[in-house]
Write a protein that binds this ligand. Structure first.
Ligand code: CDP
Ligand code: CDP
Length: 223
C-alpha cells in the first residue's frame, strides 16, 4: 500500500506557511498540521508552570504530557482557550527558545506524525521536509523578504487586536530566523529537493496556485 502523501511547507516566520497550508489542504480535502503551534503551546505551558525555557528535561516533560487539543479552529490547553495567547510575540520568542532543545523536539515527533491520515496531509513548520516527514511527496520552501514578512505579521496582529510595533516585530523576526537557522538540531534550511517559493511579490492566491500546480504535476491529487 502507498503511504499517505504529505506536502511539507517549511520556511521562516510569517512567510505565509500556515495560510497557504490551510488553503491547499482545503482545496485538496486533506488534513493540516500547524507544527509551530505545538512549540508555541509548549512554551506557554512552560512559562505558566514557571519552568525555565532552557531547562531541557523540564520543558521536555511538559511537551510529553501536554493536555492540548485542536477543536474547531480553537487551541485548548486543558480547559483553557489559548488560541489568541499563543500568537503573542512572547510565545513566538518562547517557542523558538524551546525549539532548540533536542529532547523537546523528540517529545513532539510522534504527536506530529499522528496527523498523517488519509487522504493526505499538508504540514507547515521548519523541519517538516527534513525530519518529521522526510519522505514527503512534495516539499516547498516558502519565503519572502524580512520586511514583507514583518508587515504581514503586523497586519495580522492588528486584525486580532494585539499590540504590535513594526521595528520590534522586524527585530524579533530576524532574531528568531537566526536562531532557527543556526541551531544544530533540525535547523531551518532549504532542502535540495524542495521547490523554492518566494512570495515577496506574490499574493496568497498566487502562492496557493503555485503549490497546486506542483501537486497536479506530480499526480498527487486524486480526481
Ligand atoms: O505561518 P506563517 O508564520 O509562515 O505565516 P501566516 O501565519 O500564514 O501569516 C502570513 C500572513 O501574511 C497572513 O495574514 C496572510 O494573509 C499574509 N500573506 C501571505 O500569507 N502570503 C502572501 N503571499 C501574502 C500575504
Ligand atoms: O508563525 P511563525 O512562522 O512565526 O512561527 P511558527 O511556525 O508558529 O513557529 C514558532 C517557532 O517554533 C519557530 O520560530 C521555530 O523556532 C519553532 N518551530 C520549529 O522549530 N519547528 C517547527 N516545525 C515549527 C516551529
Amino acid at each position: 500500500t502507498q503511504p499517505v502523501p504529505v506536502i511539507a511547507i517549511d520556511g521562516p516566520s510569517a512567510s505565509g506557511k500556515g495560510t497557504v497550508a490551510e488553503r491547499v489542504a482545503a482545496a485538496l480535502g486533506w488534513q493540516v498540521l500547524d507544527s509551530g503551534s505545538l512549540y508555541r503551546i509548549v512554551a506557554l505551558a512552560a512559562m505558566r508552570a514557571g519552568v525555565a525555557l532552557d531547562d531541557e528535561a523540564g520543558v521536555a516533560a511538559i511537551a510529553a504530557t501536554l493536555p492540548a487539543r485542536f477543536e474547531a479552529g480553537r487551541v485548548l490547553l486543558a480547559a483553557d482557550d489559548v488560541t489568541t495567547e499563543i500568537r503573542t510575540e512572547a510565545c513566538s520568542v518562547g517557542a523558538s527558545k524551546v525549539a532548540v532543545l533536542p529532547a523537546v523536539r523528540e517529545a513532539l515527533l510522534g504527536w506530529q506524525r499522528d496527523y498523517r491520515l488519509a487522504p493526505g496531509l499538508v504540514a507547515d513548520g521548519r523541519d517538516m521536509g527534513s525530519v518529521v516527514f522526510p519522505d514527503a511527496a512534495l516539499k516547498i520552501f516558502l519565503t519572502a523578504s524580512a520586511e514583507a514578512r514583518a508587515e504581514r505579521r503586523y497586519k495580522q496582529l492588528m486584525d486580532k487586536g494585539l499590540a504590535a510595533n513594526m521595528q520590534s516585530l522586524l527585530d524579533d523576526l530576524r532574531e528568531r530566523d537566526a536562531r532557527d537557522a543556526a541551531r544544530p538540531v533540525a535547523p531551518l534550511m532549504k532542502l535540495p529537493d524542495a521547490a523554492l517559493l518566494d512570495t515577496t511579490e506574490l499574493d496568497v492566491e498566487g502562492a496557493v496556485a503555485f503549490v497546486l500546480d506542483l501537486v497536479r504535476g506530480r499526480g498527487l491529487a486524486a480526481g
